[in-house]
Write a protein that binds this ligand. Structure first.
Ligand code: BGC
Length: 749
């Protein structure tokens, strides 16, 4: 969202609204099928005047829209008045990637349940957890009177330093698309709309409103677009949000190829395309290219989809049929999801305690045990003195910044305003009130558990030496609108960890980071626990993992590089081209519209070989591979049988060979023999097993993962022949590989 929030007059919050007791969507007409929805929408549009149509294709940005509507403006991202004459509901929009957002507490005192970062949810490899998170957020949003949620971020992680990696679902199109789809379906189970965003290739925050993402058509279809395609197929989002950046020369929100050709023609998408906030640059071009609605209109240089669009329609520069289609699509998205017939007009009470359990479950399933030498974890019950160091683990856990920021239940025990940078006007460094210290104390009543802040490495080392075990909480804050300049832990934390590890052989590092960081001290510590931003129940989730109440089961949805030089680019593109002021303006739409900033290209040379595929292609050994994650028990894969034919499948038994229950994520990677293409994740399944228990699993390859996109066809082409299939624990594991023959086939785009 634009950076004008801070200076804007914020209207009253929703805290005082009378509550009705219910948390689910009211009963209304049964859900419409897509066809019914479109037909109904067409019939409604047929009754509308030109001005009524115009009113629905641009939305207000509430902080800057005082006096522009007779209706209550809830401080949030968006507002579109309804048309009572036709029964069209008023629609309120909120950010909601990780919970109902309330950036810089624009609605004073309005809290919501904060999930862990999306990357943590991705690390569960469990669509049911993604769906439960979405359902929880949707219920809270409806209870807070929001009808459309700006959620479903599915941009692939191309650069490990992208400031929004924590809001996305990692680097693999199948995993990201599947998890995003499940999340969206969960949100929409409340009969409200979720977007999928940011369409497409908003892969970096540096200069996000001017960067031109450049990539070949086939590579794009096989990577970022495939993630969107899968998310749209499985989640059926009512709306797609187009991105700030350019794609191959055209702004994403006026990119006819992306919007008209790919999304609407090839994928048959029937909902509406809304712009990102401040991402519109034209009227006729954007409308004719497929943009259906201008969001947060006050953030654009001018309001393109009001008077200017009306004039273009009247002059025939935008056909009336196109305007009708824009409105029809908006109504179709609302009708199809149920939001139209059950608008979220009445505030409701929220079962926060039950929702906190959803957040805790996601955090526990998403925390990844990266290293556990000598089984230092789970913490020995005999440990008497445990010292926690740093990370404000006394009071809470870190969260990521930007439009996704949730003011969580329990508040923010630490909140640091920014004094510089592109996110300055709409982000603060915020901790959720969920103390690892208190949770570990409660879980280890036999031990004396203390905390020191870690500012003085010598004092931290002394405290570590005097204890039986030291647990360092390392933090890396990341935010929308800024990329991290390098992958090292900030504020000398590497030195702190090295000093503590030198003093205490049993040192555990708990990482609260947006994404991967470098770990120069890795060999010196016994264990590393990747906790991501663990959400408002992060404290107990971390304590349960450390003490073994919960067996770690997360798997990396993103490669951890051993060195920055392993990534396809060595730094955020454009960082060196923009002055500080320009970088700020280019990332912050509230200011970008006031400047004429030069565009610059980002060439995605890795093409479709994003993340782990790039590492395989360049033969680079990462610090930790995609898919990696340890457990306190062991799993064996037995009797693998690979079958070919129309696609590939692999059947096998997974056995829990250890002494405690746990969850495993067997992964299937495939490539055509002799193709030189890196192996691709084609299937995965999370399974939970008791000690000694086994289960039979069949993974069936998603056909588009076997295929290459053929622009001449156009469509997907599976080359017939022998394929290699790896049943693996991570993207680098080649211990079980077989082959099978797949029939040649083509599929529509
Ligand atoms: C972000 C979107 C967000 C929107 C509304 C933009 O700056 O890129 O993800 O939904 O603001 O807050």
């Amino acid at each position: 969202m634009g950076g004008m929030l801070l200076g804007a007059t914020l209207l009253c919050g929703i805290g005082s609204t009378a509550f009705a007791r219910a948390t689910s969507a009211p009963d209304a007409a049964p859900r419409a099928t897509v066809r019914d929805a479109r037909q109904r929408a067409v019939a409604i549009v047929a009754k509308m005047t030109l001005d009524e149509k115009m009113a629905l294709v641009h939305g207000l940005f509430p902080p800057l829209a005082k006096g522009k509507t007779p209706n209550e403006l809830i401080p949030s991202a968006g507002h579109i008045d309804g048309i009572p004459r036709l029964g069209i509901p008023l629609i309120r929009e909120s950010d909601a990637s990780l919970g109902v957002a309330n950036q810089i507490e624009q609605r004073k005192g309005d809290v919501a349940t904060a999930l862990p970062s999306s990357l943590a949810t991705a690390a569960t490899f469990d669509p049911a957890i993604a769906r439960a998170g979405g359902a929880m957020i949707g219920a809270e949003a409806r209870a807070k009177r929001f009808d459309v949620l700006l959620a479903g971020g599915v941009n692939l992680t191309r650069d490990p330093w992208n400031g929004r990696n924590f809001e996305y679902l990692g680097e693999d199109p199948l995993l990201s698309g599947t998890m995003a789809g499940a999340h969206i379906a969960g949100v929409q189970s409340n009969r409200i709309v979720s977007t999928v965003k940011h369409f497409a290739l908003n892969s970096q925050e540096t200069g996000r409103t001017v960067v031109d993402a450049r990539i070949g058509e086939a590579a794009l279809r096989m990577s970022d677009l495939l993630a969107f395609e899968i998310a749209i197929e499985t989640g059926k989002p009512g709306s797609v949000m187009c991105a700030y950046n350019k794609v191959n020369g055209d702004w994403a929100c006026e990119n006819a190829h992306l919007l008209n050709d790919v999304l609407k023609r090839d994928w048959g998408y029937r909902g509406w395309v809304m712009s990102d906030w401040g991402a519109v640059h034209s009227t006729a071009k954007a409308a004719n290219a497929g943009l259906d609605q201008e969001s947060g209109q006050e953030l654009d240089r001018q309001i393109y989809f009001a008077d200017a669009l009306k004039a273009d329609v009247q002059a025939g520069r935008v056909p009336m049929a196109r305007l009708d289609d824009m409105v029809t699509r908006y109504l179709t998205g609302l009708i199809e999801t149920g939001a139209y017939d059950a608008p979220a007009g009445v505030a409701q009470a929220i079962p926060y305690a039950a929702h906190a359990e959803v957040a805790q479950r996601a955090a526990e399933a998403g925390i990844v045990l990266l290293k556990n030498e000598g089984n230092v974890l789970p913490l020995a019950r005999t440990a008497k003195r445990v010292v926690l160091i740093g990370g404000r683990a006394d009071v809470g856990v870190l969260s990521g910044g930007g439009s996704s920021q949730v003011r969580s239940v329990g508040g923010a025990p630490v909140e640091i305003p920014l004094t510089s940078g592109a996110a300055m006007s709409f982000a603060r460094v915020t901790w959720h009130a969920s103390s690892p210290l208190l949770a570990i104390r409660a879980a280890m009543p036999q031990a004396k558990v203390t905390w020191i802040d870690g500012r003085d490495p010598a004092a931290a080392a002394a405290a570590a030496r005097a204890a039986d075990i030291a647990i360092i909480f390392a933090t890396q804050w990341t935010t929308e609108a800024q990329d991290v300049a390098d992958l090292s832990l900030p504020e000398h934390q590497d030195d702190l960890i090295a000093a503590v590890a030198a003093a205490q052989p049993r040192t555990v590092a708990v990482m609260e980071t947006g994404g991967p960081v470098l770990m120069p001290w890795l060999s010196a510590v016994s264990a590393v626990v990747q906790a991501w931003y663990p959400g408002q129940r992060g404290g107990p989730a971390i304590a349960n993992i450390l003490t073994g109440r919960v067996n770690p089961s997360g798997r990396l949805p993103i490669t951890f590089p051993a060195a920055t030089s392993q990534a396809p680019r060595s730094a955020p593109v454009g960082l060196d081209r923009l002055s500080t002021a320009e970088a700020q303006a280019a990332a912050d739409p509230g200011h970008a519209s006031e400047h004429q900033l030069p565009s610059f290209p980002a060439d995605y040379v890795e093409g479709a070989d994003v993340g782990y595929r790039w590492y395989e292609k360049t033969r680079a050994k990462p610090l930790f591979p995609f898919g990696h994650g340890l457990s306190y028990t062991g799993f064996a894969y037995r009797n693998p049988v690979v079958t070919g034919g129309a696609t590939l499948s692999i059947s096998f038994d997974v056995v829990n060979t250890g002494r405690i229950a746990g969850a495993d994520v067997p992964q299937m990677y495939v490539t055509r023999e002799g193709s030189n293409a890196p192996m691709r994740l084609a299937g995965f399944r999370r399974v939970t097993l008791k000690p000694g228990q086994s289960t039979h699993v069949t993974l069936v390859a998603e056909p588009r993962i076997l295929a290459d996109y053929d622009t001449k066809l156009p469509g997907w082409r599976v080359a017939g022949g022998r394929y290699r299939v790896a049943l693996a624990r991570n993207a680098s594991d080649r211990s079980i590989v077989s082959t099978a023959t797949v029939r040649a086939a083509t599929m529509k785009p």
